[in-house]
Design a protein around this ligand. Structure first.
Ligand code: FAD
Length: 414
């Protein structure tokens, strides 16, 4: 896409309106202040909670080790120190780009001089008959609702987890730890096939079973119905699975509907350039941003739902707005997932079709590091419970590195 040019960098007369009080929105507030922005900031969020962290929801919170309040990112002291006006429990309904004005669900409006869209994504619903009674794991309130449902179930109760991706696997792990019997229902022939590609999903295939979790692949669910105190999951082969609760981990969709009349380009998220700008006065960051990502293969438009990317976007945008300059270091996406007693970590944003080969450890050892390559050039690194090897390999992704050169340098073995 065409690059937008900031007309001026922010001054103390500016008013930045950030829509979405999640990770990216809050990190932006912090970064703007850190970089010296002295103007007004308003942070608008439709949830009632102050900004909080989502990754623990499907891990420590669901396991029961953490109460939901422990995920809080913005304590009252942080909020006061950041000198930010928080508008919580109110949704943005419309954006007037020309006047940098955000209209809200309580019929008020906030006029700023710069608007940042940080409305994230929401859990995808699959439209089954029992949809309102099925659980997703996206927000703190989702966890509270799930907890209420679980509290009525005895140990050993069967719970269907629809989707064997990252959230589904983490949910199944936590439910198993608590003594329930999760049954993971995955539509693909292997979990994480689309996300991590054929080789890597093959190496990870055994994790669920080794952790005592039942995983069923190639499951074509037709509907989920509720009757009395159970859910009946029906499949295209007509056999029903009866469970006491259902958790759906079927991916997420960007929260862009409120921008329908804004005139901004929307294409699987808010389309922004390398500086994260949609216009010279509107930007988008985090899960909702469909951004131009420059990497060793060129520039491609991506939308990446990773915790680290939301942080990096916030730091990058604040730097651009305050200094007028880009951050010089390339962005290397990072992701982790704790599932079935193992840690999966990934650097880069490889495609499912990229070739992967293990360079350290082995599947039998339950620990390994693998390189992804495309046309003989490194495109990513993924590891299973080898965090040090993964981080040592990051240096190879900071510039164009051939697979041959990577194998020769082998930083993972240091
Ligand atoms: C359960 C879970 C586990 C995760 N685990 C990992 C992990 O292990 N590793 C990893 O890398 N990533 C993980 N992630 C992803 C990571 O949390 C997200 O990438 C990150 O939260 C994105 O931040 P964000 O601010 O863009 O969006 P969000 O965190 O979704 O925040 C957006 C906020 O905007 C609000 N909003 C939406 N629409 C409006 C509106 N119209 N008006 C006002 N407010 C609005 C939303 O309610 C939300 O509060 C996980 C996500 C979840 C849900």
């Amino acid at each position: 896409m065409a690059r937008h040019v900031l007309l001026t960098t922010l001054t103390s007369k500016d008013h930045v309106v950030v829509v979405g009080a999640g990770l990216a929105g809050w990190r932006l507030v912090e970064a703007l202040r850190r970089d010296g922005f002295a103007g007004a900031i308003t942070l608008i969020g439709d949830e009632l909670h102050a900004p909080y962290d989502r990754p623990p929801l499907s891990k420590n919170v669901l396991v029961g080790k953490w109460g939901p309040e422990r995920t809080t990112l913005a304590t009252p002291e942080h909020i006061e120190r950041s000198d930010v006006t928080l508008r919580l429990g109110v949704a943005a309904t419309q954006l007037d780009v020309a006047n940098t004005t955000v209209h809200l669900s309580d019929d008020t409006a906030v006029e700023g001089t710069f608007v940042v869209v940080a409305t994230g994504s929401r859990a995808r619903h699959l439209g089954y008959s029992a949809d309102p009674l099925l659980h997703t794991i996206r927000s703190r309130d989702d966890l509270v609702a799930l907890e209420v449902a679980l509290s009525g179930l005895g140990k050993g109760s069967a719970i269907a987890v629809i989707g064997g991706g990252f959230i589904g696997a983490e949910a199944a792990t936590a439910l198993r730890t608590r003594g329930f019997e999760p049954i993971v229902l995955e539509v693909a022939s292997r979990p994480l096939l689309g996300a991590l590609g054929a080789e890597v999903s093959f190496w990870l295939e055994g994790l669920a079973t080794e952790a005592g979790v039942e995983l069923r692949t190639s499951q074509r669910i037709v509907d989920v119905k509720f009757a009395e105190d159970s859910f009946a999951v029906s499949f295209d082969d007509d056999v029903d699975l009866v469970v006491r609760a259902v958790v759906v981990g079927a991916g997420a969709v960007p929260n862009v509907e409120w921008l329908a009349t804004s005139g901004l380009e929307i294409d699987n998220g808010v389309v922004v350039d390398e500086s994260l700008l949609a216009t010279d006065r509107v930007a988008a960051i985090g899960d909702v941003a469909s951004f131009s990502w420059r990497n060793v293969f060129g520039t491609e438009r991506v939308r990446i739902e990773h915790w680290q990317v939301a942080n990096d976007h916030a730091a990058h945008l604040a730097h651009v707005l305050v200094t007028g300059e880009e951050l010089s270091s390339p962005m290397i996406p990072y992701f982790w997932s704790d599932q079935y007693g193992k840690k999966i970590q990934m650097l880069g944003h490889p495609r499912g079709s990229d070739h992967a080969q293990i360079v350290s450890g082995s599947v039998a050892q339950g620990k390994w590091t693998a390189l992804y390559s495309r046309d003989g050039v490194l495109s990513g690194v993924v590891s299973l419970s080898q965090p040090r090897a993964l981080m040592l390999t990051k240096v190879l992704l900071e510039e164009r590195t051939t697979l041959e050169d990577a194998l020769h340098r082998a930083p993972w073995s240091e």
